[in-house]
Unconditional design. Sequence first.
Length: 498
Amino acid sequence: MRNKIHIIFLLFSLLICTKSGIILGSDSLGLELKSRKNWFTKDFKISPSKVTTEDLLSGPGRNWLLYHGDYKANHHSPLSEINRGTVGSLVTKWVYPIASGASLRSSPIVYEGVMYVTAANEVHALDAKTGQWIWAWRAYEKRSSGVNRGVAIYENKILFSTSDCKLVALNKETGNLIWSRQYADSGKKYFSTMAPLVIKDKIIMGVADNNDHEKGFVAAFSVLDGRELWRFWTLPVNSELVGAPTWLTGSYDPSADVIYWPVGTLPDRQRGNRELYNTHNAYHDSIVALDAITGKPKWTVRLGKHLPVDWDSNEPLVLIEKGKSNLILQANRNGMFYVIDRVGGKIILEKPFIKRVDWGIKAPCPSVWGATNWMSPSFSSRTQLFYVVTTEGCVNEENPVYLRAIEPISGNIKWSYLTRGSNIAMSGALSTDGNVIFSSESSGHVVAIDAVSGKKLWDFNTGRSIFASPISYSVEGQQLVSIVAGSDVFTFGLHTVY
């Protein structure tokens, strides 16, 4: 009798939600169906325009539509109102608190004057000009203490992953739930921290597993209803290997229709077993190139074999073109800067980008944290330099943090900027056509650095630990820079006399 009542309730709920334009199923049980709305912004009109593939392909400008800024993960803005001559008059425009006391990782998305920013299991829509919240959706009544890195946007949907691996689509105007899909079993030690990647009609997702317990994968789902389209396993399903997570958003080459994804490592007990480590069709510690239509691998390349520390390869993959060469740039946690042919996967250059690299067991270098991490590096089309936040030193040593400019073909370091504070917190880098690099210091300062010389031009003390990456966009013709610091969103722009 109880099961019959349950079925009737589900059918009734599905009928009501379908009439409301919501597609729900059993995956949506337990999720909040509607967002909280702010009465004070009830007259604010979110653009009803649908985000198209062409919008995503166009790259950053007044909008910032992808987690890495563009499909090639260049994390570069073509805006130049804030430049080396004007950056000194940068001021705080607004601050928005998301989750008190948290150290957030979110990289916001901005579309037509609306910012979408996240905490674990939460999405907030803000007026990007003033920071006033418009709506806020929380997956569950209880607030999560986990980590989330952001959303994707496509058509009328905000796409988001809960910490327990529910992929959800929210209406970008109302924040109400459209559909959800359980894409991994959180009871089996899977969890999610990543921002989805939208490619045409597909949502591409990876998964986190603490380098243990389960096997990593990259999977594609339909934007329409969340239906699974394909799944690529990073480890053989019938092997005893576990780990090889895929928790960082990958990159995409639209002309080749190929997805490039970084894959993590194995648990210590398996990484040290050479026979297991070399299992056939295991793609841990690698970059994989996947056909976007089928999910089948076109090539794979392994980086830094048999490492003594968990220096995984879950760092962003920056795609550039040099002459007739199509390349991948990656600053890896293991201390090596890689230049890879993205057509065939051949390693062209493998060179240290820190002073000391020692993969021995007794005193390994870099530190346990790694020479860098998941925070976004940047490639500037203006300077043709690769910018990345790095950590020097070995395990059990002091680990000063630098922002570095690297010449991508030679791997030579053009300049290094020593940041203040310990290496407890590191953020990403954003380059702009104003020849300014925005990043942060472990001291909690947001900084603007001359992209050519490495000289500091401006700073602002947020008083927060910063783990996120800055973005830039414009509202009503004014360039703004935003970064999540601690539990708040800080937004800066040039001083204006009203």
